[in-house]
Design a protein around this ligand. Structure first.
Ligand code: SF4
Length: 269
């Protein structure tokens, strides 16, 4: 395996990870001490706004390939990593055989690991909600089933996802509950209508979880666009007024070289 620095910015460093079979994935070091790493070569969830899944899924990464991303990026920098997030290319719950033991491997090294997931398969989600992660963010991006099916085509439907959360949250410790969040990526004309946002809030607010409101980073594989800044602000206000605890994505993640959904995977050959 080999690590290649492809973009060094003032806040983020973006790397291409050359795997031994010729496939490539990307990883981003945020603010010096946080690594966003990939869990699969491609992704089967097929979200139309995301570059990572644009070519479908080739394969999940192995545990060794996950460890390599941490060790190689750390060795390439000047300060130790403190946090990891399985939020790069791939659906971490689909790569469960490697990502679940990885959580324990990282923890033994003092590295808390968070993850972003579209939520499926639901039996795995149940297990991961109770796992010793440092934060689990569920990508929803919709309030109605029709929009969910368009934006997260191979993720579980919202009804099943929220029913699972409704069953598991009361069984979780307070600490686990505080580390669980929902995500809503705002896309112009796709999920930014008041009715869509209200349908999401109807499901989300009773759970009391934080809501990460994401701005969109355009990618060449998608025609989706983010909303005008004032529409984004209006959605944030609407969510807050409805009682949601809203958090905007960090500045580091909004930068072009670190943006969520922009990391790519290249198949071998
Ligand atoms: S947003 Fe996440 S789940 Fe959806 S295609 Fe991209 S990597 Fe896969």
């Amino acid at each position: 395996m080999r690590l290649e620095l492809v973009d060094q910015g003032p806040v983020n460093a973006r790397y291409l990870v050359h795997l031994d079979d010729g496939a490539q994935v990307e990883a981003v070091r945020y603010r010096g001490d946080t690594l966003c790493l990939s869990s699969q070569v491609g992704c089967a969830v097929a979200c139309p706004f995301c570059a990572s899944g644009a070519n479908g899924l080739q394969r999940p990464l192995t545990e060794a390939e996950l460890h390599y991303q941490v060790e190689a990026v750390e060795a390439a920098g000047t300060e130790p990593l403190r946090r990891l997030t399985l939020s790069g290319v791939g659906e971490p719950l689909h790569a469960h055989a490697a990502t679940r033991p990885f959580l324990d491997w990282a923890r033994a090294r003092g590295l808390g690991t968070s993850l972003t997931t579209s939520g499926g398969p639901l039996p795995r989600l149940r297990e991961w909600l109770h796992a010793p992660h440092n934060g689990l963010t569920l990508s929803c991006h919709a309030g109605t089933e029709a929009t969910r099916a368009r934006l997260v085509p191979k993720g579980p439907p919202l009804g099943e996802l929220f029913a699972t959360l409704g069953e598991e949250l009361p069984r979780m410790t307070n600490k686990r509950r505080k580390k669980t969040a929902l995500a809503y990526l705002v896309l112009a004309g796709a999920n930014d209508a008041d009715a869509e946002v209200d349908a999401f809030l109807e499901r989300a607010v009773p759970l009391g979880l934080r809501v990460h409101l994401y701005g969109y980073n355009p990618v060449p594989t998608s025609t989706h666009r983010g909303p005008a800044p004032e529409r984004f602000d209006a959605i944030e206000d609407r969510m807050r007024e409805a009682g949601a605890r809203v958090v905007r994505s960090s500045k580091a993640r909004r930068r072009p070289n670190g943006g969520c959904g922009t990391l790519v995977a290249l198949r071998r050959g």
